[in-house]
Write a protein that binds this ligand. Structure first.
Ligand code: PLP
Length: 264
């Protein structure tokens, strides 16, 4: 609800990063992502809105899709780099921008402690107290920020993290590092085969949820998050009358990348 394209957690993750860019008089945001990256759209739109130029360095071969169309409409220049070169992001930044004093490096997904700080502010805006708070995790930065916010305010709310990718141990370590090892529940059974992998069960869940609530969710993040919560409810995981908060992290354009998977 924060903004249609600088969606959900991406606004919060970019807030302090963009303030830092302004402070250092940088005028050109340079960031990284896959061809369906919500972070690229958010950065492109934020750049346009707050008076920066922007470049997105995209993983893989030159393609066109709805995500990249939106990025270009927001004025972002796109550079495609093969998967091997894409790994070394600071090298790529040097290669393309070493002569450009106005360029500002933003890591893939806007990860790091500034991004986590922005996300922690979500806790200050909650209208109520909840027993459980659930959040989907890609890099885990958003979850780490929220968890820090819970601890800063000494809330009794229990944090639950649903990784959307397989083999998410590195993700747990990342959250531990950003929160000094604060406690959270880690639900690793809801990745549906890995990042951006899906199944008929997940797509059917999304159809049912969306048509019965009017709330759009996506197959990559929030669909898996809500599937997890409903599954845990069906297994009596929660005490009766528990108050559960699901953080909708945005990213609903993700549905466009899977249009052909839906059958009606
Ligand atoms: C980027 C994104 C996430 C993942 O955030 P992390 O901080 O990388 O864990 C979750 N949900 C949506 C919709 C996103 O676009």
């Amino acid at each position: 609800m924060i903004h249609p394209f600088i969606s959900g957690n991406k606004w919060r993750k970019l807030k302090y990063i963009l303030l830092e860019a302004k402070e250092h008089q940088k005028k050109h945001l340079v960031t990284f992502g896959g061809a369906y990256s919500n972070h690229l759209i958010a950065t492109a739109c934020a750049a346009a809105k707050f008076g920066f130029n922007s470049t997105g360095i995209v993983r893989g071969e030159n393609v066109e899709n709805e995500t990249l169309l939106l990025c270009r409409l927001f004025g972002m220049q796109l550079i495609f780099e093969d998967r091997e070169s894409y790994r070394d992001k600071s090298l790529l930044f040097k290669k393309h921008f070493h002569k450009n004093q106005e360029a500002f490096f933003i890591d893939e997904g806007g990860s790091g402690s500034l991004a986590a700080k922005g996300c922690s502010e979500l806790i200050d805006e909650l209208p109520d107290v909840y027993d459980h708070l659930f959040c989907a995790a890609g890099t885990g930065t958003t979850a780490a920020g929220i968890l820090s916010g819970i601890n800063r305010k000494a809330l009794s709310t229990k944090m639950h993290v649903v990784p959307v990718l397989k083999g998410a141990d590195f993700l747990k370590n990342g959250i531990d590092n950003l929160t000094n090892g604060a406690f959270f529940e880690f639900h690793t059974d809801y990745h549906f085969g890995g990042y951006a992998k899906t199944s008929d069960a997940l797509l059917n869940f999304i159809k049912d949820f969306t048509s019965s609530t009017g709330i759009l969710i996506d197959p990559v993040y929030t669909g898996k998050l809500l599937y997890a919560i409903y599954d845990l409810i069906s297994k009596d995981y929660f005490a009766p009358e528990s108050r559960i908060l699901a953080v909708h992290t945005g990213g609903i354009t993700g549905i466009l990348g899977m249009a052909e998977r839906f059958k009606f």
